[in-house]
Design a protein around this ligand. Structure first.
Ligand code: MG
Length: 451
């Protein structure tokens, strides 16, 4: 078969769940017992190269089956597409998925259906970068500005960012890109760690992990806050005394507060010099964030991991609601929409410090920040990628952290592929781990009951 005839032959999905709630890893004020999970998708082709596209979106347990069902609902848009055309223009599939006139009712462009689109679109970018034999960050950085602009959907954002402005930003972003690529390969991209700060950890564990983070070269840590103010004061004091004044300490409330509470609580913690307060309130509350930002300055306001699409990001930027934009690789509609979000941030001069952690979010999002550094924003000043040291061993191309920096991936693709043995063990409910666990509880056939 000639390569031009190759087609997508299958869209296979997997419900993969890790029992993280048992160690309180990932615990915060809104999510006390997450089982970090991936709704995972593999695009298979009949091309002779045997290359597959891998993608996923992240959930925290129950509902991962709903997320998988949403990906399944997109299958008919993908199977049968020509692989060359798909990889030459992922934007067309992106628009077709968003434009499905019946599925669109479930959004539009938000929630479970949109995250499903993100998983599929990201799998296409994984496939395209692998076929080009480049890690995704480099695939994007090497692309022409004109082609990148063609991959964006300007619908609903053209009042804030026009195609001409996007092109101008990408053209100026190319100046010095070769030198920056060298720096990136040499030094990596700065990270910060949330590992010390989970709410369920003891003060002893917090101190130990904070000390370890500084020793490992991180210049910023983050603490979960928002459940109990007296606890937060004690934990922030403990962390600050361990890390000293020269290390940045962010706090993250995971949407716990009303606007007024967010202001009072942040002011009560101000003596510990928090660098940013993250998700102080609902991710949909554009004007609430603006009010909080005004009231808590100089503490910066950050949000984004639950911001559902480029349109809400546009408004957060237009309203002056955020100092830090925290895009997520698997929340919105995939790489195409994240390119639009990176360009919006560049237009408004707001630094992007991506959300990561979860399952595989570090693996994915590093590529977007590295592209941003090399070929768009052109700087790492005040830019850090979140890092959490969980679950990386389940990936074939796990992130590598050196001296507090993400090392630039060299393996082709989006670093999305999970180890086959991990998939076999943690697929829910039939994988070896869960089958044994559910059998112990007498719950073999009650899908969802024990997650
Ligand atoms: Mg967060």
């Amino acid at each position: 078969m000639s390569p031009t005839a190759a087609r997508i032959t299958a869209v296979d999905t997997y419900d993969i769940r890790f029992p993280t709630s048992r160690e309180l890893d990932g615990s915060d004020a809104m999510n006390p017992d997450p089982d970090y999970s991936a709704a995972y998708v593999v695009l298979r082709t009949d091309a002779e190269d045997g290359i597959e596209g891998h993608g996923f979106t992240f959930t925290i347990g129950r509902g991962n089956d709903v997320q998988v069902a949403a990906i399944d609902a997109l299958r008919h848009h993908v199977v049968g597409r020509g692989v060359d055309e798909l990889c030459a223009d992922p934007g067309t599939l992106n628009r077709d998925l968003i434009g499905d006139s019946q599925l669109r009712w479930l959004g539009p462009e938000k929630g479970v259906m949109h995250m499903a689109i993100g998983a599929v679109v990201n799998a296409v970018w994984d496939l395209a970068a692998k076929r080009a034999r480049k890690p995704l960050w480099q695939f994007l950085a090497d692309a022409t500005p004109e082609w990148l602009v063609s991959q964006l959907d300007f619908r609903y954002i053209a009042d804030a960012l026009t195609p001409d402005e996007a092109l101008a930003l990408l053209n100026s972003g190319r100046e010095g890109a070769v030198e920056r690529e060298g720096v990136l390969r040499e030094r990596g991209f700065p990270g910060y760690t949330t590992s010390p700060g989970w709410l369920g950890y003891s003060d002893e564990k917090l101190s130990r992990l904070a000390r370890q983070a500084v020793a490992e070269g991180f210049t910023q840590i983050k603490l979960k806050v928002g459940a109990d103010l007296a606890d937060d004061i004690r934990r922030c004091r403990t962390a600050r005394s361990v890390i000293g004044p020269g290390i940045r300490m962010a706090i993250d409330a995971n949407q716990r507060w009303n606007v007024g509470e967010a202001v009072e609580w942040t002011r009560a913690l101000a003596e510990f010099d928090p660098y940013w307060v993250e998700e102080p309130t609902s991710p949909d509350d554009v004007l609430g964030h603006a009010a909080i930002r005004k009231a808590v300055a100089p503490v910066k306001v950050a949000t984004g991991e639950h911001v559902q699409n480029r349109i809400v990001f546009k408004q957060l930027l237009q309203a002056g609601s955020i100092d830090i934009l925290q895009l997520d690789a698997a929340r919105v509609g995939g790489v195409n929409e994240n390119l639009a979000i990176l360009l919006l941030a560049a237009k408004f001069g707001v630094p992007v410090c991506p959300h990561a952690g979860g399952v595989g979010l570090c693996e994915l999002v590093q590529h977007l920040s590295m592209f941003d550094y090399v070929a768009l924003a052109g700087t790492t000043e005040d830019r850090v990628i979140e890092y959490v040291d969980h679950l990386h061993g389940h990936f074939l191309d796990p992130v590598v952290i050196r001296n507090g920096h993400y090392a630039a991936p060299t393996t082709p693709g989006f670093s999305a592929a999970m180890r086959p043995e991990s998939i076999a063990e943690f697929t829910y409910p039939g994988g070896t781990f869960w089958a044994a666990d559910l059998a112990r509880q007498g719950l073999t056939d009650q899908k969802g009951a024990a997650a």
